[in-house]
Design a protein around this ligand. Structure first.
Ligand code: FAD
Length: 418
């Protein structure tokens, strides 16, 4: 019988969370297989903005990454403009990061084709083995612990078992790893997104834009991603998205859908689509736990918890979660000599996630639900317009520059609502 190679880690999904875990583990000397069903470069529906706090994460991960992003001439966002259903707007600017050399601070906005490819190639350079066009279909178990995955490579080959001491589920919103572990849950509000790239959109500046629609009809996010390209996402409640899906396959219909928002009227008049529409959803899926019961696996990025895109926290959370996961796995591999990593040696990951994300989860849920209530959104945006320091604070919190708990202080909540 041929002994199968046992990897220290098999990482399922080479998006930002998976590539970052693979890169960090490979650099620390672990044997890592990074598997993705796609072939890179590949695109991904997203608004493509990295909060300012993502930059130091990328620098810690690999010093070559930020210079490589800068060479692609990305967009730079210095804050966010939030526009209400009545057209009223508030602008928040990012406060400076502690110890940051940047003045004023900004977040990169870069196409996911570029960002994800840089990360996956960084993982490869660090020593991870990359298997593209290979779909993970199931998990393998050994005495109740996850002990590997079943992978079906392209070209109609039969699926094969790949043993690993730990499986990292970094396979996004519809994570097969989370579903096979029985951990995936859904909650309201269910939304879907239609995304595209345009050139020639009028009045695109140095801040990202979020436009809340009237009558609870969802929202539009847009912003520059460099080289004259604007990324745009129309996010709709699931029933409206399903009703309008046939029409929204067309980029002209998508841009005229955006023009229904008061402050976007006329701005797509000279715009030209430069990338096809990519749709995704429904969102609001999350995992009950981030560590597998019985051990041998953990979840990171969207597979662990999906953040509503309105807050633009997904990429930061994917990268920060990856940093925490890699630290736990490194320590666990050192502490336990053989076999699938025990649940108890992985438990510190769940605790670290709670410490890192608890405030963000609350803020994200409040904002995610709030944008579905146009009168509430209009009220909060009017308050933010009147109190620019409050707008800076909120945008600083969603940009992960100030702690979320600062916004959740009762005095600030009172000023936002009353
Ligand atoms: C409309 C929209 C706009 C957004 N805008 C922003 C934004 O502006 N800023 C921000 O920070 N976040 C944003 N987000 C969130 C952000 O896109 C995600 O949080 C981020 O992509 C999570 O990264 P990930 O690596 O966890 O997952 P993903 O990026 O989804 O990567 C998962 C990978 O797993 C692979 N995969 C899936 N299943 C399998 C399988 N069975 N076998 C093998 N491979 C598999 C996929 O091919 C993919 O490459 C937005 C999301 C949406 C939907």
């Amino acid at each position: 019988m041929i002994a199968l190679r046992r990897w220290d880690a098999v990482v399922v999904g080479a998006g930002p969370s998976g590539s970052a875990v693979a890169l960090a583990l490979a650099r620390a000397g672990a044997t890592v297989l990074l598997v993705d069903r796609a072939r890179f470069p590949r695109d991904k529906p997203c608004s493509e903005y990295l909060s300012p706090a993502a930059t130091p994460l990328l620098q810690r991960l690999d010093p070559d990454l930020v210079p490589a992003i800068e060479r692609t001439e990305p967009g730079r966002l210095y804050g966010m403009r939030i526009v209400g259903p009545d057209g009223r707007a508030a602008v928040g600017r990012f406060p400076r990061l502690p110890g940051s050399y940047r003045s004023p601070p900004y977040g990169f906005a870069v196409s996911r084709t570029v960002l994800d490819t840089l990360l996956v190639r960084g993982a490869e350079r660090a020593g991870a083995v990359i298997e593209e066009r290979a779909q993970v279909e199931d998990l393998c178990y050994d005495q109740g612990a996850v002990a590997g995955v079943m992978i079906r490579a392209g070209g109609g080959r039969p699926s094969r078992a790949v043993p690993a001491r730990v499986v990292v589920g970094a396979d996004g919103l519809r994570s097969i790893v989370a579903r096979r572990l029985g951990l995936r849950r859904r909650s309201a509000p269910e939304r879907l997104a239609f995304t595209a790239h345009f050139s020639g959109v009028a009045d695109v500046g140095d801040v990202g834009e979020m436009h809340v629609g009237p009558r609870g009809e969802g929202y539009v996010g847009l912003g520059p991603i460099g080289r004259g390209v604007t990324t745009m996402a129309l996010v709709l409640p699931a029933p409206a998205a399903r009703r309008r899906a046939p029409e929204l396959r067309d980029t002209a219909a998508l841009s005229s859908g955006a023009e229904a928002f008061p402050a976007l009227r006329g701005r797509f008049a000279s715009a030209r689509a430069v990338r096809e529409i990519l749709a995704i959803g429904p969102f609001a899926q999350w995992s009950r736990r981030s560590v597998a019961p019985g051990g041998g696996a953990l979840l990171v990025g969207d597979a662990a918890d999906f953040f509503d895109p309105f807050t633009g926290q997904g990429l930061f959370s994917a990268l920060r979660g990856a940093e925490l996961a890699a630290a736990t796995i490194r320590a666990a591999l050192a502490a336990q000599a053989r076999g699938p990593l025990h649940e108890r040696v992985l438990a510190s990951y769940a605790a670290a996630r709670r410490r890192a994300f608890a405030g963000k989860w609350i803020l994200e849920r409040l904002i995610g639900v709030g944008v579905g209530w146009p009168w509430l959104a209009a009220r909060v945006i009017a308050r933010l317009a009147r109190h620019p320091t409050l707008a800076d604070l909120l945008i600083g919190a969603t940009g992960n520059v100030v702690p979320a708990r600062a916004v959740l202080a009762p005095s600030h909540v009172f000023r936002l609502l009353v």
